[in-house]
Design a protein around this ligand. Structure first.
Ligand code: GDP
Length: 207
């Protein structure tokens, strides 16, 4: 059974203060709007509409929490970088994202979703700048890899790996992923499985 199959919608938040009290562990998914984050979440959770696959990037967004069990959660963070978002909205989400990434005690690790054709945008780098100093694990999904030739996909993987290693840390892992072709699922599940179930239960934050 796929690792994240039990994911169920739990709650939403528009402001940091609306998030539930930290409990157990959260794995957050972040990415530029349209990078393929919702598709990746749906693919990994084996649901068609767990995370709504957006047809209107940048629409009013929320932080959505999905529970796997009573102490493990997936967090779908609002997509960033959509040009038509009003300045005020952009600032709001920038603040919420930076606060969530730097302060949220129950946040265990970050999955950063990037379109393999346009990886490491300025805002992706900003996310790494905010989160890497926490020392918590980061896994990068280079999505839509089906849109690149095998040669270009592997070249991108190598280059992104190198840049990330040089600028943010050797422990950050990177992989190719395609929701369309269902490629990279096992690799992603191995990383997430290790994060979710590889640690001692004692490390989980008690409610
Ligand atoms: P989000 O805004 O990051 O949540 O992105 P979505 O998951 O909504 O995807 C944005 C667009 O990219 C949609 O039209 C998807 O159908 C498409 N897309 C997502 N993943 C893939 C993929 O692996 N391959 C291809 N070819 N298209 C994809």
């Amino acid at each position: 059974m796929p690792l994240l199959q039990n994911a169920r919608f739990y709650t939403s938040a528009h402001h940091y203060r609306e998030l539930p009290k930290p409990n157990g562990m959260e794995i957050a998914f972040a990415g530029r709007s349209n990078a393929g984050k919702s598709s990746a979440l749906n693919t990994l959770a084996n649901h068609n509409r767990l995370a709504f696959v957006s047809k209107q990037p940048g629409r009013t967004q929320l932080i959505n929490l999905f529970s796997l069990d009573e102490s493990r959660y997936l967090v779908d963070l609002p997509g960033y970088g959509y040009a038509k978002v009003p300045e005020e909205t952009r600032k709001h989400w920038q603040k919420v994202l930076s606060r969530y990434l730097t302060e949220r005690e129950s946040l265990f690790g970050l999955v950063l979703v990037m379109d393999s054709r346009h990886p490491l945008t300025k805002l992706d780098c900003q996310m790494l700048d905010w989160f890497a100093p926490t020392g918590k694990p980061i896994h990068v999904l280079l999505t839509k890899s089906d849109k690149l030739s095998k040669y270009h996909a592997n070249k991108t993987l190598e280059e992104v790996n190198e840049t990330i290693e040089t600028n943010w840390g050797e422990y950050i892992t990177v992989q190719l992923f395609s929701s369309l072709k269902k490629q990279g699922i096992e690799e992603a599940e191995a990383v997430l499985g290790d994060w979710l179930y590889g640690e001692d239960e004692e490390d989980l934050i008690e409610e």
